[in-house]
Design a protein around this ligand. Structure first.
Ligand code: AHR
Length: 492
């Protein structure tokens, strides 16, 4: 049995809704096919964007969407993607499969997508192969209200009024695909590029510096030492690879119990990463003004057999549902510093919430967890103490229970629980401090096997259903979690 102490009477800071952010790159079938099908497509669409995907994303209440990369961002030249579509320059997407990019989806289309789904845009600028002027002009093009070369051009291209643009990334993975830089060099470049990312009118840009790759603490140290004052956020990337081996990451659907266990062991590293990067940030920014932004996270497997290796298309099982639940719980626990996160990626790439095939679309188990957890967006973080049995395999131990809680403006307490075990159920005894419960309801996502997933033939094999396996005994709440499950309870 696990014990959970929930301090419902001690709400702390707000869980920033942006922790529920997503990421859309010009990679494989994410933008093209997954979102953009074009104005002449037989697939029902709104201004070229498929309606089924728009509806599903709207329902998820995505707060913020990152674009255009990723590695693609540092070779993207935004001017190629505005103006009449047929005249737009074509390029080769060298990072992702060497395919032709026709630039039909550009700035106007992305910002329209954000409007249609109700998300705030988060644009990543090009430091690796772009100029300071190019970055500066992009912000002018999007946000300047009045007479200026870029604002005039925007108007010629059909958009009279500027857009609101808050989140802007100054480069992506500049330690790798974004220019192979040393942190000292990037810190100086960051300061230079960021200087020309201007605030026009009342549009205030929240500037995000490229942060570390996983446990590269030196990167965070140097950036914070040299550039804290010039940034509002710094990013962090951590992918969960079951085998830990880049060349053979493991299959999305065909894996052993050991691989199931290792996947969780590897994802739980996120806790240590957030703790240690935050501690470095604390020394330079004790008031926590600068946000830690996990703008790429999620599972990364071998691509589905027979698909383009450069397209990063993978299936999504109940294992991914648990990965989503565990990481969202961790972001809640670190939400005093972590104020945005963007799962990679939204459609058809890596740990996607949506998969498409021609006119068909399905929602993955990860989608259902984001849907179930959205109740935590902008709620007050409730501290919890977790005393969990160890989940053991091959001499290694991890926690069997992952949990977090929040209280919303209406006073509802939401508790999210993940049972990581591949075969054992788990009873959780919850001691709720300062909580008087009149009604309780629950949702669960679970599956008969570790490999269960949704297919285009059976799109609802894994989905959320009502959960009722709980009862009160002497003011303590007892919850029985099936093996391989994610649950969210709502207490009034
Ligand atoms: O999400 C796929 C890739 O992973 C991104 O383009 C890059 O930033 C990271 O290495």
């Amino acid at each position: 049995m696990a014990k959970l102490t929930i301090h419902a009477d001690s709400p702390l800071h707000t869980i920033n809704r942006n922790i529920y952010g997503h990421f859309s790159e010009h990679l494989g079938r994410c933008i093209y096919e997954g979102i953009w099908v074009g104005l002449d497509s037989p697939i029902p669409n709104t201004e070229g964007m498929r309606n089924d995907v728009l509806d599903a994303l709207k329902k998820l209440q995505i707060p913020v969407l990152r674009w255009p990369g990723g590695c693609f961002a540092d070779e993207y030249h935004w001017k190629d993607g505005v103006g009449p579509a047929e005249k737009r320059k074509r390029m080769i997407n060298t990072h992702w499969g060497g395919v032709l990019e026709n630039n039909h989806f550009g700035t106007h289309e992305f910002l329209r997508l954000c409007e249609l789904i109700g998300a705030e845009p988060y644009i990543s600028g090009n430091v690796g192969s772009g100029t300071v002027a190019e970055m500066s002009e992009w912000v002018e093009y999007i946000t300047f209200d009045g007479e200026s070369p870029m604002a005039n051009w925007r108007q010629e291209n059909g958009r009279e009024k500027p857009w609101k643009l808050t989140y802007f990334g100054v480069g992506n993975e500049n330690w790798g695909c974004g220019g192979d830089m040393r942190p000292e060099y990037y810190a100086d470049l960051y300061r230079r590029y960021a200087c020309y990312v201007r605030n026009y009118g009342d549009n205030k840009v929240f500037k995000i510096a490229c942060g570390a790759n996983g446990a590269d603490y030196k990167w965070t140290e140097v950036l914070m030492r040299e550039a804290t004052k010039y940034m509002d956020g710094i990013s962090l990337h951590h992918y969960t690879i079951p085998t830990g081996v880049w060349k053979d990451k493991g299959s999305a659907t065909d894996f052993s119990e050991q691989e199931w266990f290792n996947t969780f062991s590897n994802t739980l590293i996120m806790d240590e990463l957030l703790t240690r990067h935050s501690a470095i940030m604390d020394t330079y920014d004790p008031d926590k003004r600068v946000a830690l932004i996990v703008d790429e996270w999620g599972t990364w497997y071998n691509v589905e057999p027979g698909t383009n290796p450069g397209f990063l298309y993978q299936q999504n099982t109940i294992r991914d549902a648990l990965i989503a639940g565990i990481n969202l719980n961790l972001f809640h626990h670190h939400s005093d510093r972590v104020r945005m996160a963007n799962i990679a990626q939204v459609v058809n790439v890596l740990q996607a919430v949506i998969l498409t095939e021609g006119a068909d679309m399905l929602l993955t188990p990860t989608y259902h967890v984001f849907d179930m957890y959205k109740v935590h967006q902008d709620a007050s973080y409730i501290p919890v103490e977790t005393d969990s049995p160890a989940y053991e395999m091959d001499g290694k131990q991890i926690t069997q229970l992952s949990a977090s809680a929040s209280k919303n403006a209406q006073g509802q307490l939401h508790i999210s629980l993940c049972n990581l075990h591949h075969s054992e159920p788990l009873v959780v005894q919850c001691d709720m401090k300062g909580q008087h419960t009149n009604t309780i309801s629950g949702l669960i996502i679970t599956a008969d096997t570790m490999y269960d997933h949704n297919t285009f033939e059976e799109p609802e094999a894994v989905k959320t259903v009502t959960f009722t396996d709980y009862h009160f005994e002497n003011d303590q709440l007892f919850v029985t979690l099936p093996a391989r499950s994610v649950v969210t309870l709502c207490l009034n």
